[in-house]
Design a protein around this ligand. Sequence first.
Ligand code: GAL
Length: 457
Amino acid sequence: MKAPKIQMELKENIFARELFGEDFKWGVSTAAYQIEGGHDLHGKGPSVWDVFTAKSGTILNGHHGNTACDFYNTYLEDIAMMKELGIPNFRFSLSWPRIIPNGTGEVNQSGIEFYNKVIDACLANDIEPWVTVYHWDLPHELELRGGWADRDIISWFKEYVAVCAKAFGDRVKYWMVLNEPMVFTGAGYFMGVHAPGKKGLTNFLPAAHHAVLAMAEGGRVLRQLIPTAEIGTTFSCSYIEPYTTSRKDVVAARRADALMNRLFIEPILGLGYPEEDLPVVKKLKKYYQPGDTELMQFDFDFIGIQNYTREIVKHSIFVPYLNAVLVKAGNRRVPTTAMGWEVYPPAIYHMLKKYSDYAGMPKIYITENGAAFPDVAADGKVNDTERVHYLRSYLRQVLKAKSEGVNVQGYFVWTLLDNFEWAEGYHPRFGLVHVDFDTQRRIIKSSGYWYKAFLNG
Ligand code: GAL
């Protein structure tokens, strides 16, 4: 009696999609370095990720993105596959060093042509392109000049944004300026576990401040050059709870929340940095120039929220400035993904509520949500029921928030293809589509078919 169950689930799915409303945007998200490969083809310059992954000991198993999913060569087939799955919106990022190899100055026409072909193929397949201008692959040449820690990054970035807007603005309506500034500054300039591998407050604080300014300035460049565009930017966020109700743990959780969930959005909204709950950011003042408070603000058309999990935080004297530490999910006897992240669907509900509580918050799109599981391909199939379960449970929570009045208007699964997962290499598989990295063969997973049924009935 399998068929009736599937029928029932299908009905429930159709019903669920309709509940989100006709205009709700559904899609998948990707990022250039994680899927493209073609790392040195047709004039592309090296990015900080090309250089970082080439150093030994930086990435699990010595993996790198030189070929990744080979999307640089397979984009036509991959876009056709999205069409087959009935996915109406495709979020991808532009590689800065593919477009401007040295980061500033000469433009690489082959790079522009590549993205023209991707955008045109999307449109020819009735797929709306959603472009992230910066998803972490800074041109290496700019890192040699100080990267995000140097204030000149703001003008280099504006120049790059203008090149992109002029090249693609006639066909791309949806733009996201930065992907997760907290992650690329925190992991890349404080902890040194992501490119460019820098550490410490003296790198992190200026990088963070310049990222905020570049985000707002990038928004202004896009609005000026493409007045009809919908302009957003995306933030990582995790729902944070204290380990115990003790005052120390509560304060530690508040500090972690200010760092992980508030540091980048509040200055954009005109609230300044969350100094009260995170006193260390007072040190940011050192990098301020007159007028910065106003420059940091921008009225984005939408905010992209990217949520995967919840974090439990406890007080710790061993972590300077923060005095807080995350209690790993693995030590809490909770269900986890292959990343070791807790599966906790209400996290996305709480984050939607939290962000929509800000005065002046524009509409929200969930620009990433998804999970890595140890998928196994057998007989040309991947039966990833855990991922289907994960996505459905998180979506129910999105719907709950929406039904309570949160202005959430879209949802993008992270991600289309299994791909290069930064410091973790190719080990965690997040895709709706399985990739054999030796042959580049794609297999649509059960979750891909589930999404197709969900979207198309
Ligand atoms: C996000 C990031 C993506 C992807 C995902 C899963 O932080 O934007 O590039 O790696 O997490 O870890």
